[in-house]
Design a protein. Structure first.
Length: 379
């Protein structure tokens, strides 16, 4: 059974340890660890207490020391490329991507394609409501083919010409006056002008018919190139406004286009019409592409040059949006010198403040002072 003297001895040692531990944990840089407490406390126990010892304090402090995990290893490179090569990545995309729009506003009466359909240039994709224009075209064609006025004007002119011939004969025999001859000549000129006016009206009606036919074509949405319908934006019966006239999205997948950002140091390694080897997709299928454009200017944000590569895709074996890898051999001439590592700077060791000695003298059960315990505390 513990005596009162033993309890006072334990309290004389435990209380300072707890106070100094809390003080050390609140100091900046300790991160709540008990290690500074174990290293900064020097306990000189002169009472040789049987219940508490320096060894037990060290064991308690050491039990809270965290064990750091070993650093993880870096993932292996997924490309079997030489270390001296430069790998440039991009993604395949349609060679041409066009938003096909209606040229006029109105109601969409018919959509003749579906998503995924392969169309040829000039194919009709959709038709706008054109009932009024078709009626106007019919009227123009009837007016254009009307020959009544033309025949009437021609007959009147022929009659005036015959009458002039008769008057000339009569004038030769003095059976007609010169005034009558002049009158018939004037009537002939009027008949010729009337015939010309009728012909001009017919030509205008022909032009009107052609204009309406052109308007009817404008009501049709035509494919501007060979390609695939990747998206339909409208359905039959919807209204097409000038602010949003898009009907469908048409993409050209043969060939495909790849835009690489080549480092500026490798600018002289690529040129137009150069055939390069590519790796496509997750399986890294090998394919050949043709460089069709090298930008004459560089992007200052990342010190790169834009390079467009054309990828033949006649059999549609490649998909748009696939990952494309271009491995470039690093040229020693274009390599930039490696920067020298900065010299290591040795941080000055933090000076350890001198320990401050505190004497703690507990009182015995009879009120007489017991043996003192000296505790060294670092400020």
């Amino acid at each position: 059974m513990l005596t009162r003297k033993t309890l006072f001895s334990v309290a004389a040692i435990a209380v300072p340890v707890a106070v100094f531990a809390v003080t050390a944990m609140t100091e900046p840089g300790n991160n709540g660890s008990m290690v500074p407490v174990a290293t900064e406390l020097i306990i000189a126990n002169e009472t040789a207490s049987e219940s508490v010892s320096q060894e037990s304090v060290r064991q308690i402090a050491g039990a809270s020391i965290p064990v750091s995990a070993p650093p993880a290893k870096a993932a292996a490179s997924e490309l079997n490329a030489p270390e001296s090569s430069i790998v440039v990545e991009a993604f395949t995309e349609p060679y041409r991507d066009i938003s096909v729009a209606a040229s006029e506003m109105g109601t969409l009466s018919e959509v003749r394609v579906v998503e995924g359909a392969i169309v040829k240039q000039g194919a009709i994709l959709a038709v706008m409501d054109d009932a009024i224009l078709r009626a106007s075209l019919e009227v123009a064609r009837r007016s254009m083919n009307a020959e009544g006025l033309l025949k009437s004007a021609q007959a009147d002119l022929d009659m005036k010409i015959k009458e002039q011939e008769k008057l000339k004969q009569l004038r030769e025999r003095d059976h007609a006056s010169q005034q009558e001859v002049d009158r018939i000549q004037t009537e002939i000129r009027i008949a010729e002008a009337r015939l010309l006016s009728v012909k001009e009206d017919l030509e205008v009606k022909q032009l009107e018919s052609r204009r309406i036919e052109s308007q009817l074509k404008q009501r049709q949405v035509i494919a501007p190139m060979d390609g695939v319908i990747s998206e339909l934006s409208r359905e039959a019966g919807e209204f097409v406004s000038p602010s949003d006239p898009t009907i469908a999205r048409l993409v050209q997948l043969d060939p495909l286009l790849i835009v690489f950002s080549v480092p500026l140091s490798q600018r002289n390694e690529v040129e137009k019409d150069q055939v390069i080897e590519l790796k496509l997709g997750t399986d890294q299928v090998r394919a050949e592409g043709i460089i069709e454009y090298v930008s004459p200017t560089s992007d200052t944000s990342n010190s790169s040059v834009r390079v467009k590569v054309r990828l033949p895709n006649s059999a549609h074996q490649h998909q748009s949006g696939e990952r494309a890898i271009f491995v470039m051999e690093h040229s020693a001439e274009n390599s930039t010198p490696t920067a020298l590592p900065a010299p290591e700077t040795t941080k000055p060791e933090k000076s350890v403040p001198a320990a401050e000695t505190v004497n703690i003298t507990p009182k015995g059960s009879s009120g007489t002072p017991g043996k003192s315990t000296t505790v060294a505390v670092r400020n």
